[in-house]
Design a protein around this ligand. Structure first.
Ligand SMILES: [Zn+2]
Length: 308
């Protein structure tokens, strides 16, 4: 559909990917403990109550984001971020804090799929992607840097597919904290500088792969504090949570996935995972999505339903 690379810049991506690989290798030692527990499993009870609003009438999927983007200001440097936010103390920690987007005001449902990477997490659920393509259901894919490193060709393929929008799922898949909070046993970032690195490290890679500046960020485990959320926004990305926990970190059986996703209504942001083939996620979505479409529900990428 579109050429994602401007002429004359084909080599930059491989350079960036290589640099990221080196950085990842350098950090792998200190991340070993965290990665041993690196399963993102939002608890089922974390799902918010469902908006009972009636589904909107059916319409076609929104058009792909145009190649020419409006001007975006250059994000602040790490030093500027540290200076600006260094005196702020976080007051909130969790899946939903001040500054995160957990729902939209649109009539559409936003399906978001995380690809977390790391040990046991670098797979790709082709059955799930096939279902979305067959049903023409758009989705926003939150890709972690480790998943991108493991799947460079697939990442480029997904970037070319107008059905999908690529978003930032962090560099090392760490909960986004300015003071070292953790979630599900995964250590979060420990200071503002690490928050910057967690967001901007993968931002550069995704921009190079897609030709666009990503507009959305979901921390590893989807946890963050309110200062980190404000930093993410200052860096040009909207931190995104969810209102429907579709697959419980890819642990739900198909029937449970179908039941939870089937609750989605206008404005809901559904989270599920695209990196766990063999989980119940694909089969559950294959049940739920045709039903929702039959009820008149419509789906859109985050870029079409959330203000950037
Ligand atoms: Zn994740």
């Amino acid at each position: 559909m579109r050429d994602i690379h401007a002429p004359g810049m084909p080599g930059r991506r491989s350079v960036l990917l290589g640099m990221a690989g080196l950085a990842s290798a350098a950090l792998s030692g200190c991340m070993a403990t965290a990665r041993a527990h690196d399963e993102e499993v939002p608890a089922p009870e974390a799902s918010n109550p469902v908006d009972p609003a009636d589904p909107a009438p059916s319409r076609t999927a929104p058009a792909q984001t145009p190649d020419i983007e409006p001007h975006r200001p250059t994000p602040p440097t790490k030093q500027q971020i540290v200076a600006e936010f260094g005196s702020r103390q976080p007051r909130e920690w969790g899946l939903q804090v001040t500054g995160t987007a957990g729902k939209s005001a649109a009539r559409d449902i936003a399906l978001t799929l995380d690809a977390c990477g790391g040990p046991g997490g670098t797979g790709c659920d082709q059955q799930l992607l096939g279902t979305l393509r067959k049903l023409n259901v758009p989705a926003t894919l939150f890709l972690n840097e480790r998943w991108i490193q493991a799947n460079p060709a697939l990442t480029a393929e997904l970037a070319r597919d107008p059905l999908f929008e690529l978003a930032n799922h962090g560099f090392l898949h760490r909960p986004l904290s300015v003071n070292g909070k953790s979630a599900y046993g995964i250590a979060g970032t420990t200071d503002i500088g690490q928050v910057y690195d967690e967001v901007m490290g993968n931002q550069a890679i995704l921009q190079d792969v897609t030709g666009h500046v990503p507009g959305f960020f979901r921390p590893g485990t989807a946890h963050c504090d309110d200062v980190a959320a404000a930093i993410a926004r200052r860096l040009g990305v909207v931190p995104v949570s969810f209102s429907i926990n579709g697959d419980g970190g890819a642990t739900f059986a198909p029937a449970t996935v179908a039941a939870e996703v089937g609750k989605a209504r206008s404005g809901d942001i559904v989270i599920a995972h695209v990196n766990k083939p063999g989980s119940g996620t694909a089969a559950g979505l294959a049940q739920a999505l045709p039903r929702l479409l039959g009820q008149g529900a419509t789906f859109a990428k985050l870029g079409a339903v959330l203000p950037a």
